[in-house]
Design a protein around this ligand. Structure first.
Ligand code: SF4
Length: 449
């Protein structure tokens, strides 16, 4: 058993949209290169820098802003602090200076090459960043964007993370600990977070509040915005209209319209390249904010209960990431919207005060009904089907909570571990055309985008 050591704040990361694997991951790779070059002693002085993108980074990187993101990282910007208008400004191909150690080179998005989609690197979404003198490579680093904004690189020294207090790798082991220790799940996640990051409970709560507030801000920004989203599709924002239509006499319709509006709002902000929270990815950054917003603003659930729900959602995301994947490029959209919906279902259930077995059942139900969901963004933009899919993921999460809240424990037949395994197997068998390459599905059948 390899224990889960991921921090809550590695899973929930603040950064610009539209895609964690195409925007946040490449920006972090660029930043890592920028920082590591400072330590290098090179035999020759390079006169140019090249970035090569592979896999879906190449296939859909232009629509996702991967070229701008990696250049921003190389200029020393990080996802949680970068100014989105600066990122946008890089699209005009203006020249900036890569300045690290004693190396100073002009760079712009012109230095980014969209290379082969099919490749034999260990991870499909690979970036090569090279310092060159003429055509000769002086120094090269191979990075992998593995989903959710996480990166790895070739030759990376295995960092030995601080051991979590409670070691688990799957739901079965997690439940055993909860039973043996007679503790609640949010408490376990909190104590593990403390042991992995060294933060105390107050510090964790402050960081959690910043994440929750950023999620809610993305919803609010999206609810007030109008117009057409960037890119050639010409897709109009819908969140404001949905929200404006929610004053229905039928309370159920009104709530559903608002929940949909919240999902559209945060997801439209993501598509606009504005600040969102990976939850677990940027493509799925509307699902959890939608339910969080509804819990606090429509249903009067307290911040403390929402914090607890967020910790539980993190545990559900950890297990999916550890045993399958949260990357559309690896398992299709089931790993993004499907996992986000499972996390959101668990969050709503736990924040409503239900015990853990109902929380697991809600998460399992939500993920089960996203199995097989492909990733086929039209034109390579995180817009169609992604934006509506976030709203659907939020509604399905709420529905899964409703079912789990009344069901009989003995009658629930599928465990969270089993559905995560099914997702991993399905993802492995899925053709690469349906894994964020925009070479199949809607990306092919929808013309002129
Ligand atoms: S289809 Fe799903 S997995 Fe693919 S980019 Fe859109 S949200 Fe992400």
């Amino acid at each position: 058993m390899i224990a889960i050591t991921t921090s809550v704040f590695e899973l929930f990361k603040i950064g610009p949209g539209p895609s964690s694997s195409h925007t946040i991951g490449p920006m972090r790779a660029g930043y890592n290169f920028y920082s590591s070059v400072r330590e290098l002693t090179l035999s020759e002085t390079p006169d140019n820098l090249e970035v090569r993108l592979y896999g879906s980074l190449s296939a859909t990187g232009e629509g996702h802003g991967t070229d701008r993101a990696v250049i921003a990282g190389l200029l020393g910007y990080l996802p949680d602090t970068v100014d989105c208008s600066f990122l946008d400004s890089l699209a005009d191909r203006s020249s900036h200076k890569f300045d690290s150690g004693n190396i100073s080179l002009p760079i712009s998005v012109n230095n980014v090459v969209f290379a082969e989609v099919e490749n034999s690197f260990p991870y499909a979404n690979t970036l090569l960043i090279r310092l060159k003198k003429g055509d000769t490579i002086i120094h090269e680093q191979e990075y992998y964007s593995i989903g959710g904004g996480f990166i790895k690189w070739k030759g990376e020294l295995e960092e030995i993370p601080c051991a979590p207090k409670y070691k688990y790798s799957c739901m079965e082991e997690l439940k055993q600990i909860l039973t043996d220790k007679e503790m609640r799940l949010h408490q376990l996640v909190l104590e593990n977070e403390s042991s992995v990051t060294g933060l105390n409970e107050d510090e964790i709560n402050i960081k959690l509040d910043a994440i929750i507030d950023t999620m809610k801000k993305a919803v609010e920004n999206g609810l007030s915005a109008e117009g057409v989203l960037p890119g050639p599709i010409g897709l109009h924002r819908k969140a404001k209209r949905l929200y404006g239509s929610s004053s229905k006499p039928n309370a159920a319709d009104a709530f559903l319209l608002r929940l949909n509006a919240y999902g559209f709002a945060a997801s439209e902000e993501n598509a606009a390249g504005h600040i969102v929270v990976t939850a677990p990815t940027s493509g799925s950054a509307g699902v959890i904010p939608a339910v969080v917003y509804a819990l606090e603003e429509d249903l009067g659930i307290s911040r403390e209960m929402v914090r607890q729900g967020m910790l539980v959602a993190a545990a559900l995301g950890f297990i999916a990431k550890h045993n399958a994947s949260i990357a559309g490029a690896e398992v299709g959209c089931q790993g993004e919207i499907g996992v986000a919906s499972a996390m959101a279902a668990g969050l709503v259930t736990y924040a409503n005060g239900f015990r853990f077995w109902r929380t697991e059942n809600a998460a399992e139900t939500a993920l089960e009904h996203h199995l097989g969901l492909t990733c086929d963004p039209v034109g390579g933009y995180v817009q169609i089907p992604c934006i509506e899919r976030n709203a659907m993921g939020a509604v399905r999460a709420y529905n899964a909570y409703l079912i789990a809240s009344v069901e009989n424990e003995q009658f629930h037949k599928v465990t969270y571990d089993e559905v995560v395994k099914a997702m991993a197997d399905t993802g492995r068998d899925m053709d690469s055309r349906y894994k964020e390459t925009s070479l199949g599905g809607l990306a092919v059948s929808v013309p002129n985008c």
